[in-house]
Design a protein around this ligand. Structure first.
Ligand code: PEP
Length: 249
């Protein structure tokens, strides 16, 4: 089965390191049936266009401005990303929500801006440890989804991939149990089913992200109800990442 595999470099690697990485990845994953997307920092994207055009590696951004253009010093707009051939953009990552105080309203606006410019969205949702231990995770994620998807039409969900990234599992080296992933993915599908239609919930692309690595990806990918994974730290090693990307699932 085809899976979507997204590499989130976060604020790691410099542009000169990116060239050999991208060339190696494109060569190593040739022929894969999976959809492979790397999201390096903004500074690497024009190089990504040069190296990756015509290969099977798609590339995305890790963020975008909520505004289209104007007096927003330091911001990067959706049309700039589109012009560079960017296929995807990550929106609502827990690091942006937490460290940069991005609200659900901002997330919603960014999603609309990306979609209006023909860029697919990886919408990240997920609870922290405190929310999980107080058994509020389902309600929390439902609220994040409700706010993020507000005003979107059902047909636009084809361009939205939801990534369940529990904050307490990210960067810890320990992914959560398959049982816990299945439970939340079902919650997400059911909720989108309630918001739109059963078909929308069933067809939604839902990924898992949080400490996926060479040692656990097979176990995680064996979960039928997920359409793929987001990989942070482990995407930085091109040989390991390529192995995960070219596997048949
Ligand atoms: C992420 O934060 O998007 C992520 C998947 O991180 P990691 O794989 O490093 O836990």
């Amino acid at each position: 089965m085809k899976k979507i595999i997204i590499g989130n470099f976060k604020m790691n690697t410099v542009p000169s390191e990116f060239k050999p990485y991208a060339m190696t990845l494109a060569t190593k994953i040739k022929g894969t049936k999976n959809e492979v997307v790397i999201c390096p920092p903004f500074t690497h994207l024009s190089m990504a266009r040069e190296i990756l055009s015509g290969t099977q590696v798609l590339y995305g951004a890790q963020n975008l401005a909520e505004e289209e253009r104007g007096e927003f010093t330091g911001e990067i707009s959706a049309s700039m990303l589109k012009d560079l051939g960017t296929s995807y953009v990550i929106v609502g990552h827990s690091e942006r929500r937490g460290k940069f105080k991005e609200t659900d309203k901002v997330v919603n606006k960014k999603i609309k801006t990306a979609l209006a410019n023909g860029i697919k969205v990886v919408l990240c949702v997920g609870e922290n440890l405190q929310t999980k231990t107080s058994k509020q995770a389902n309600a929390f994620v439902r609220k994040q989804l409700e706010e993020a998807l507000r005003g979107l039409f059902e047909n636009e969900l084809e361009s939205v991939v939801v990534a369940y990234e529990p904050i307490w599992a990210s960067g810890t080296g320990k992914a959560i149990s398959n049982k816990d992933i299945v439970k939340m993915v079902e919650t997400i599908r059911n909720f989108v089913g309630e918001l739109y239609s059963e078909k929308a919930g069933k067809n939604l692309n839902v990924l898992y992200g949080g400490s996926v690595s060479l040692s656990n990806y097979k176990k995680i990918m064996s979960i039928d109800c997920i359409d793929g994974v987001v990989i942070g730290g482990a995407s930085l090693d091109v040989d390991n990442f390529a192995l995960i990307c070219k596997e048949k699932y």
